[in-house]
Structures are given as structure tokens and as C-alpha cells.
Write a protein that binds this ligand. Structure first.
Ligand code: C2E
Ligand code: MG
Ligand code: MG
Ligand code: MG
Length: 286
């Protein structure tokens, strides 16, 4: 009826207005000042050895407040605006990682890139420049790839992944088992790690069928010689299930939420105090 149609139109135009506002914000020269990173710990399953962090992008829009990366990354991808965000994430992540390594903290850092970032040369160039400039060994850095629709030139993208790896960076396939990131991608992409999507991990609670799927995915990854990270671990039961089935790393609210840079250092120090076995994968200088 007319009333519902009015409401529908109102909602539609409110959504259009928000989209427009976000798009303008992404084009704003002051965007960099509104960006921040959060760092979510990734820990080894057995004896909680090895500490990594995933850098997660946050945007505080001047009028709209905090906007989820799920929302603004999609808009950036649609308008070929990823480059600026990705370059900011690389620059900022390497700064923090360099500082942590100099302070004697053994951390690996994962950063997310869009598949669309692989369609030109800037990603590899920026990674090389950042590693050289900061002195951070590339092996301390993991590039997380999320499959997205709209990749124009998959052959070129695949070549970029190989070149990134040849430079010594590690590569992970993100959101494995969801949407686009399936078995074909895992078999075709040269990755060091696979991150099992949090939806599958979540579905394991109270479903033995999903538990079997999860266990099977861990096994497939290991067959391919790839390390497995489970995302979205929210409780001790899931952690125990993963542990019992040979998962290599876990990440999720049960271990820690995404932390501010100020929160991360005390978390790390607490972690090595309570788990003296925390081993460092980092065997570089210092
Ligand atoms: P992702 O790479 O799969 O990151 C994991 C997401 O799961 C994060 O959401 C994190 O906050 C959330 N998470 C962590 N532990 C739990 C848990 O136990 N339960 C639940 N329900 N969720 C958990 P966030 O930070 O909102 O990021 C969403 C997505 O946005 C990321 O998914 C990633 O695809 C994308 N993203 C984030 N930062 C960047 C970036 O710098 N560049 C690019 N290209 N994409 C980014
Ligand atoms: Mg990720
Ligand atoms: Mg992702
Ligand atoms: Mg994911």
C-alpha cells in the first residue's frame, strides 16, 4: 500500500544519502586523520606459542562516527579507491611493527588487502619500500587476501601473489570456506596460511556436522602443507575442539578482542608472563 511504499522510499533515500556521505568521505583529503588501526592477537593453539596480530582498519567519519570496514571497504572497492587505504595501512602497520620488534617483542603482523589491490603494481612496490625503509624482515609480515568479485585480471593477480611471496612475505587466504574463498582458491593460490571463516567456527557450537566440516578443512589445509588459523573463537569449547584436531593458530574474542595500540603492549607482556613457552618465530637481528 501507499504508506509502506513511502516508508520504503524513505529508507532507500536514507541509504543512498549514507552511501553518498561515505563515498565523499573516502575522497576527502583529510581521510588519513580519521583512520586508525586495531590489533587483534593471533596465538598458536598448542602451548599458546607464537604471537601474531592482525591489523584491522577503523574509520571515524566526522559526521557518521565509527563505520565498519565491511561497509566502507566495499564502497572503496566499487569506486577503485582501495589504493589510498591500503597504502595507509601498510605505512602505519610497518611503523608499529618496527617499534615492537625494536622493543624486543616477537610479533608477526597480518594485514588485509583487497584482491583489487593485486591488479596493479603498487602493493608489491609499497611492501618492498616499507620493509626496506623500516628494516622489518618481510617474513614477519603476512598478507591476508580476501576473495572479492570484480577481479578483472586473475592471471595478473596470481602473478602478484607469487611475487609478494618471492620477496619473503607470507600470504594467507582469508575467510576460507565462505562465499568466494573455496577449495579451488586454496588449491590454486600459493598461500602459507588459511584462515577458516568465523561463520564455520561459530556454526560448530552444537552442530556435529559443522564440526566435521571444520575438522575436514583443517585436514585439507594440512594436506596442502598450509598452516591453519581459526577465526572467531569465542569460547573454551571451540578452542578445545580446534586444539584436539590439530589447528595451528586461533583468533577471536575468547583470546582477545581487537586492541588499540596502547592496549596491545600490556596484553603481550601479560601473555608472555602467563605462557613462558611463548616462542618467537622471529629469528632476525636483535
Ligand atoms: P577479517 O579479515 O576476516 O577480520 C576478522 C573480523 O572478525 C574482524 O572484523 C574482527 O573484529 C572480527 N572478529 C574477531 N574475533 C571475533 C569473534 O570472536 N567473533 C566475531 N563475531 N567476530 C570476531 P572487522 O574488524 O569489523 O573487519 C571486518 C572485515 O573488514 C575484515 O574481515 C576484513 O575483510 C576487512 N578489513 C578490515 N581491515 C581491513 C584493511 O585494512 N584492509 C582491507 N582491505 N580490509 C580490511
Ligand atoms: Mg583478515
Ligand atoms: Mg577478510
Ligand atoms: Mg576473515
Amino acid at each position: 500500500n501507499g504508506y509502506c511504499r513511502d516508508k520504503e522510499l524513505q529508507l532507500e533515500s536514507a541509504m543512498d544519502a549514507r552511501y553518498e556521505q561515505l563515498l565523499n568521505g573516502l575522497l576527502d583529503p583529510r581521510l588519513d586523520e580519521q583512520l586508525e588501526l586495531r590489533f587483534q592477537p593471533v596465538v598458536g593453539c598448542r602451548a599458546l606459542c607464537g604471537v601474531g596480530v592482525e591489523a584491522l582498519l577503523r574509520w571515524c567519519h566526522p559526521q557518521l562516527g565509527w563505520v565498519s570496514p565491511e561497509e566502507f571497504i566495499a564502497i572503496a572497492e566499487q569506486h577503485a579507491l582501495m589504493r589510498r587505504l591500503t597504502l595507509w595501512v601498510i605505512k602505519t602497520s610497518f611503523n608499529y611493527l618496527q617499534r615492537w620488534l625494536r622493543q624486543g617483542m616477537c610479533v608477526e603482523l597480518s594485514m588485509n588487502v583487497s584482491m583489487l589491490d593485486l591488479e596493479s603494481n603498487y602493493l608489491l612496490a609499497a611492501l618492498r619500500a616499507a620493509a626496506e625503509h623500516s628494516g622489518v624482515p618481510p617474513a614477519q609480515v603476512i598478507i591476508e587476501l580476501t576473495e572479492t568479485a570484480g577481479v578483472q585480471n586473475p592471471v595478473f593477480a596470481l602473478r602478484q601473489v607469487k611475487r609478494i611471496q618471492r620477496q619473503g612475505f607470507h600470504v594467507a587466504l582469508d575467510d576460507f570456506g565462505s562465499g568466494h574463498a573455496g577449495l579451488l582458491q586454496l588449491a590454486a593460490l600459493p598461500v602459507n596460511r588459511v584462515k577458516i571463516d568465523r561463520c564455520i567456527v561459530k556454526a560448530c557450537e552444537g552442530s556435529w556436522q559443522h564440526q566435521r566440516v571444520l575438522i575436514g578443512l583443517i585436514e585439507i589445509a594440512h594436506q596442502l602443507g598450509v598452516d591453519v588459523v581459526a577465526e572467531g573463537v569465542e569460547n573454551a569449547q571451540v578452542q578445545a575442539l580446534l586444539n584436539a584436531n590439530g589447528c595451528d593458530y586461533v583468533q577471536g574474542y575468547f583470546i582477545a578482542s581487537p586492541l588499540t595500540v596502547e592496549e596491545f603492549k600490556p596484553w603481550y607482556q601479560q601473555q608472555i608472563k602467563t605462557h613462558p613457552k611463548v616462542r618467537c618465530a622471529y629469528k632476525g637481528k636483535g
